[in-house]
Design a protein around this ligand. Structure first.
Ligand code: AP5
Ligand code: MG
Length: 214
């Protein structure tokens, strides 16, 4: 699943893994978990993440190769990885080593202005990673996670200034990944992620159901 910050990758991946029985492998979620656990990896990633820059490729490639090796044969959805062309070429090696392949790439396309609005309204559970929005996806009780009752937070990288940096990083470093896959004849579906979340997932399920039927 490729797409700009706030395009809805996490929101839609959660629905996909539930429907098709897959594992959700989000590089951002894994990094945030490492930070909570206070590991060396988490400490190194912190400065990059909080400024809106990418964590260096070498760290990410190793981290995701490890996650892919441990993933069940039933398959997985990659969320937020790869994010550079170098990560994409390294991913191909990790997949070959794990006897896995990319079946489809979903590319969520969204206008920058909408990203800024969604990020301003996002609230996240630091415990289970659930994502809410104060406009669109409100928790049952204001400020509290539906799943575990934890107090919701605003991600430190969701400030307007950092969101601007993340968008710039996306356009410069991650958009070329889409061209890379389109040129390498992978199946890439562009999805209009400006739409309502229900419309977006309906578009995604049409594509994935067809793929599942073979
Ligand atoms: P990461 O956690 O991957 O952040 P991101 O790509 O910036 O994307 P987000 O998680 O912010 O947004 P999302 O697309 O998942 O949207 P969501 O569903 O939450 O990465 C964070 C950082 O880690 C990076 O900046 C980098 O430093 C580092 N990193 C991670 N991966 C890396 C890699 N591969 N290489 C190097 N560094 C890496 O939705 C957003 C909001 O909108 C929510 O409030 C949601 O409820 C709402 N919403 C969703 N869909 C809709 C809709 N259709 N309509 C209305 N509201 C919606
Ligand atoms: Mg996400």
């Amino acid at each position: 699943m490729l797409g700009a910050p706030g395009s809805g990758k996490g929101t839609q991946c959660k629905r996909i893994v539930t429907r098709y029985g897959l594992l959700h492998l989000s590089s951002g979620d894994i990094l945030r978990q490492q930070r909570v656990e206070g590991t060396e990896l988490g400490k190194t990633a912190r400065t990059y993440m909080d400024s809106g820059a990418l964590v260096p490729d070498q760290i990410i490639v190793e981290m995701m190769a490890d996650a892919i090796m441990k993933a069940p044969d039933a398959g997985f959805v990659l969320d937020g990885f790869p994010r550079t062309v170098n990560q994409a070429t390294e991913l191909a090696k990790s997949l070959a080593a794990a006897n896995q392949k990319i079946d489809v790439i979903l590319n969520l396309q969204i206008d920058d202005q909408l990203v800024v609005e969604r990020m301003a309204g996002r609230r996240s559970c630091p415990q289970c990673g659930a994502v809410y929005n104060i406009e669109r996806f409100k928790p049952k009780v204001e400020g509290v996670c539906d799943n575990d009752g934890t107090k919701l937070i605003q991600r430190p990288d969701d400030s307007a200034e950092v969101v601007a940096n993340r968008l710039e990083t996306y356009h410069l470093q991650t958009e070329p990944v889409i061209d890379y896959y389109k040129k390498n004849s992978s199946t890439v579906y562009d999805i209009d992620a400006n739409k309502d979340a229900e419309e977006v997932i309906a578009l995604v399920f049409v594509k994935l159901d067809a793929l599942a039927r073979g």
